[in-house]
Design a protein around this ligand. Sequence first.
Ligand code: ATP
Length: 864
Amino acid sequence: MPYPRLNETTTEKLEQETQALSSFGNSNLTTLEAGKSLSQLNSSVTGCYANGSVPIFLAANDTCILGFFCPNSTAQQPPQFCPPEPRCQVSRYSRGQCPPQGIFEPVVCDAGFYCPPGGKEKIECAKGTYCPMGSYQPFKCDYGALCSSKSQRQVVTVPFGILIAFDIILGLVVAIGYAISAWRKRRKGSYAPVVSDYKEAEDPFGDDVDLIAKPKRSVTTVLENEVDEDLSSNPHFEIYMRFIGRLIKSKEVGLSFEFEDLQFEPKPGKKILRNVSGSIDSGSMWAVMGGSGAGKSTFVNVLMGKTKNTGGSIKVNGHHKDMSKYKKLIGYVPQDDIVLPELTVRENILHSARVRLPATWRDRDIQAFVDSLISCIGLSHVQHSLVGDANKPVISGGQRKRVSIGMELAAVPMAIFLDEPTSGLDATSASSIMRLLRAITKLGVTTITIIHQPREQIFHGFDNLFLLGNGSEIYAGPTSDASTYFATLGYILPKHANPADTIMDVITGNGREYTTDLVWSDQPVEKLIEQWRTRSNFGDYESDLHLAPVFDTSPNLRPTPSRPVSVISSPEQEHILAQTMKKRGGSWPAQMYYCFKRSITQQIRNRNSFFFEIGVGALAGGIIGLSAFAAKGQLFRGLYQKPFTTLSSAVDYASISQVGLLGGMAIGLAASAPAVKVFGEEKLIYARERSSGHSSSAYYVGKMLSVLPRICLSSLHFSVFMGILATPLMGFHQMFAANLLYFFAVYGLASCIGMVVKREDGPLLAVMASLIIGVLGGVAPPLSKVKMWHLEGLWRMSPGVWFTEVYVSQNVLPLEYLYLLDVASEQMGFTFGQYSLDMLMIFAIGSTYRVLAYILLVTVGRKR
Ligand SMILES: Nc1ncnc2c1ncn2[C@@H]1O[C@H](COP(=O)(O)OP(=O)(O)OP(=O)(O)O)[C@@H](O)[C@H]1O
């Protein structure tokens, strides 16, 4: 609305009003800037439109503060405030503006215009600039922003262009990635060439033998004399064995275990392992058998150092050592298949090989080794298939089990523990896996396998048996002696039945049908244990029974020469072992890189969740932007600067704080659920890798870096849509940076939650936690109130409060000349003008979450 300039009509009106004012009496006149005496004011002309309205002089001279339009005031007629008409008052309280109530009343410069200092002019905002309400000079629009003439806000377009470009690039990268992987799959269909590369040389790594003298039994000797025919006919098997020969040069540097009176009693009175003693020679193959709940897994876990024994002792190579020291040389195939479902069979095994084999191996060799291993475990035809999981299976359960075994074999451990490796496998696959294990045992690898119901052929493949019942040892010794031993106890194992089944019946207390009337008719498990402890009957009955050998040696399995179960380790061998351990495992940067790469692959394979997260970010930004769209960028209104404070409308401290609050909460919603999965879904795989010597920090850093592109993209989508619609005054780069840091913090927080809660509870709890830090943004309850409660410190521990402070501060500071910001700051509780500190604190809190997440990762991983 054009403001009336002095003309004849208004002059007349003013004169009338002046007279009326004189008749009213001068006592009604007041000034805010008491620069004038009443006599001076008497001589002034008042210009309120409403009859009888008495103006308040706002200044003693023609003062017009920045951002105001004072077209009519002069030195003689200083700016005045006229008491507003009721309708004007309502308008000021609700919309924040009302036309001037008098001719000398200043008015804040209209949006879309700017009023240069002095306030005498109101100029249209030119194209390429924008003028929010109360501008005294135009704000320059960012490059490419939509700013027509008379714009009161800028609509940024460059970030939108960047976003589209990123999305196109992302789409192309994904498409190219798929094309490459499809091409690789086709190419890898016949990967035979690597075989010929390695087959011809007797020892392709000859000079690499820096650890030990020649092996007792060379790979060639084993290959020629001690391997079952069906294995040796596979050309890949030879390659595989030669690779193993590269690492395991001699039986003397293998791992042997001696244990005495091993006990595990997690709580008083609950004995899981009771005084288990024995020894396991290096390069021997043991089967651990017993009924369900007999303590087999516990025994193996204690032996490996995964579970701390509560009594007894374990020696490795004759020395009392911390078992965790040997983790790089020990392989463990858990009962459950802990594999990454988003990776292919080959990728799972290759990752394990890359991370655990010596850093000196060339990647080409590692790949060739993995190819040969995959062939040996019968997975060549599915090597490029995704592993999948129980919910979305891609390969069969038996194949997944073989992947799990392959991941350990790929590390060429010196001792391998397997918890029911054949469960879920068909008889042929089970035999083939056990043959492979037997072959590597002959090269010096100690193999300890928990096994249920092995078929007869597999049973005979074990050199030794360890039988457990109720946590106690029932038998430990050569498999071939077991029949004799049980005979001494009065059990005759039928010749044509599977001895494994018969033994299981006996040691679980169901062996009545195999008893002779020579001795006891039936023996409870306790009796068997007692017999084993005393062992006196063994010798007594042996000669009387004249037992024919019960176990036939399978024609497919060659007997292993029996060895004395004793271990002597020389200082030289200890040194060799120490050197071996040092050399095992990829370097830290390599491990980190492989984890990073693997995680990126997982994200690409999980593209739906990736795109969903980005889409939710865009949607959340768009919704918040829409909610503020109608305000046209005017998200704050404070009290005007002195001396025009009296002209102030109702303040609006809520809009911009709410944008900050909603922004924080929306980021929490968009980011927390996917973030919780980053580590939460992989706790088991991490624990498995960690127990095999994988660096925790390399894993963590690799994972963390891999989600940074995702965080950036989500933040960009969120910021662009919010920025375009809400058009806040703060620069886009500042808004993006704040959002990015807040995404970073939420990811950290959600990672912590994911570490400690159950997988299924993670997303919900992470969302709740991120909403809580958002609510602690200092908006409701306002930070000023929180300060009164002396709880500001608590609030300041949340990134939400710093984040909201950035939003509020950066949106009000450009209008600092117009509004009383110290009053606003006091009312709201926020401190303005500490952008760097605010950003630093969001980053610091986010980083603290990250450090906490790392500590939790290591702690939780250690417990598993
Ligand atoms: N840390 C522990 N705290 C309490 N009880 C435990 C603990 N570890 C194992 N147990 C209990 O000890 C018993 C033996 O468990 P373990 O897993 O060793 O048996 P298992 O012989 O491997 O059985 P299965 O063949 O069924 O896998 C079980 O009853 C198990 O619940």
